[in-house]
Design a protein around this ligand. Structure first.
Ligand code: PMP
Length: 436
């Protein structure tokens, strides 16, 4: 190579381009990723990120807890551990899940490196290339990336304000079966959906489960936000209704801190065994130090009070988001989440969220275009706005800036017709870990 430009993976400048496995060709960063490099600058209000707001955590106490773990149990904390995860933590995870009505045994739990690894493991043990995974429209961008990397075909099923629509799910599964497709998983985020901001109603939970069961499809319930509700008690998880037909994914990332990278899966016994084997082949074992730190945190801190404090803080931010949307963007429509981090906004008629993004960033506000959340790159009429990280004042300022960009864009669309989209809209956006 004589060029001074370093080769970029996945392009013809990469001398190993022809050597990659097909699944690596499916792993592509989106063109919007480069734009996101600037969104964490202080001048930009980022309504794009999915990062929890950690400033509310008692860092002194956590620091003492971690120090105590190393001082008193250092030799095991710094050692390899069980592939299935630390037993004491698996028992404590049962207490956490109990809040959502789940009864399980510690042996049903596999600790993972965040629920993201759980998504990878579940897909790895169930999905062959060309198999179908049914998911909500829209769906979590990080899950879509995993599904693509295992060469699954994702088929989306619509939601309304009460979550996944059971009749549409039934019709979709019936049609796929008639077409001879192998549907392996129903992937759902029933509670405080990312990015949809809606929650599957209680009646629909039973119905969705029954439909999945009647079609012989395993239901994967991804639930990192379930305890971050803004009103009343936690909603019973789908897993609380059935042990055999559901694989449940949980995480400490949003209720405590993502940096420890601790999540978990609860699965029927035989599935659990495969998951442990798959996890051992990927990482040998999850971090003992992280698991023991979380275990010590759960046994010495009032983690329920911490979750309550997060609920109050995120609710205030949700309120700032929806009230400023009503004030500045009356022609848009949006979901009003009852928990979690995100609202899903339909832009005024004729706008394309992906092609508008560079102008939004110039206008010092960022969002994730709706296209990131569909396997087929549709969804340009929507944006995901997150209210988890910026303060209420910054959220209000961000929405005000977004409205300025939207109004300018509208004028241009009225004059020139629809704006051209960026080049490859069929590419699944992958904005990067801090934005997922
Ligand atoms: N599932 C959903 C729906 C998410 O929003 C996220 C994080 N944004 C994850 C899984 C992954 O979370 P983690 O690996 O940090 O547990």
């Amino acid at each position: 190579m004589t060029s001074t430009t370093p080769p970029t993976p996945g392009t013809r400048l990469d001398p190993w381009f022809g050597a990659y496995a097909q699944r690596a060709h499916n792993m592509r960063a989106s063109e919007v990723r480069a734009l996101f490099a600037v969104v964490n600058r202080p001048e930009v209000v980022s309504l794009a990120g999915g990062m929890p707001y950690l400033e509310g955590l008692p860092l002194d106490t956590i620091s003492e807890t971690v120090q105590r773990v190393i001082a008193t149990q250092g030799l095991s904390a710094l050692q390899y551990g069980s592939g299935q995860g630390h037993e004491a933590l698996r028992e404590q995870i049962l207490d956490v899940m109990h809040l959502e009505g789940i009864d399980a045994h510690p042996d049903d739990v596999v600790v993972t490196t965040g629920s993201q690894q759980a998504l990878d493991l579940v897909t790895r043990i169930f999905v062959d290339p060309g198999d179908v995974i049914v998911a909500e429209a829209p769906s979590y961008v990080g899950a879509l990336g995993v599904f693509r990397s295992y060469e699954a075909d994702v088929v989306h099923v619509p939601m309304d304000e009460a979550g996944l629509i059971p009749e549409a799910l039934d019709a979709c599964l019936t049609e796929l079966r008639a077409a001879g497709r192998r549907v392996k998983l129903l992937y759902t985020i029933p509670t405080f959906h990312n990015p949809g901001g809606v929650t599957l109603s209680l009646e629909r939970r039973a119905r969705v489960l029954e439909i999945a069961r009647s079609h012989g499809v395993l239901l994967v319930e991804d639930n990192p936000y379930g305890l971050l509700g803004f009103s009343g008690d936690p909603i019973p998880a789908i897993r609380s209704l059935d042990e055999d037909g559901v694989v449940y994914l949980g995480s400490f990332s949003k209720t405590f801190a993502p940096g420890f990278r601790v999540g978990w899966v609860v699965a029927p016994h035989a599935v659990r065994e495969k998951l442990v084997l798959a996890s051992e082949s990927a990482i040998l074992c999850p971090s003992n130090a992280s698991q023991m730190a979380i275990s010590a945190y759960l046994s010495t801190s009032d983690w329920r009070a911490q979750i309550k404090a997060f609920q109050v803080m995120y609710r205030e931010r949700r309120d700032a988001m929806v009230s400023s949307l009503a004030e500045h963007l009356p022609d848009a429509t949006w979901t009003v989440p009852d928990g979690g981090f995100y609202t899903w906004v339909r832009l005024p008629e004729g706008l394309d969220s992906k092609s508008m993004l560079p102008r939004a960033v110039t206008g010092r506000v960022a969002y994730v275009p709706g296209t990131a959340f569909f396997a087929d790159g549709t969804g340009a009429d929507h944006v995901r706005l997150s209210y988890c990280y910026p303060t209420p004042e910054r959220i209000r300022e961000g929405v005000r800036r977004l409205a300025t960009v939207v109004n300018a864009e509208r004028e241009l669309v009225e004059i020139f017709g629809t704006r051209p989209a960026l080049d490859d809209v069929s590419d699944v956006d992958n904005p990067g870990p801090d934005l997922a």
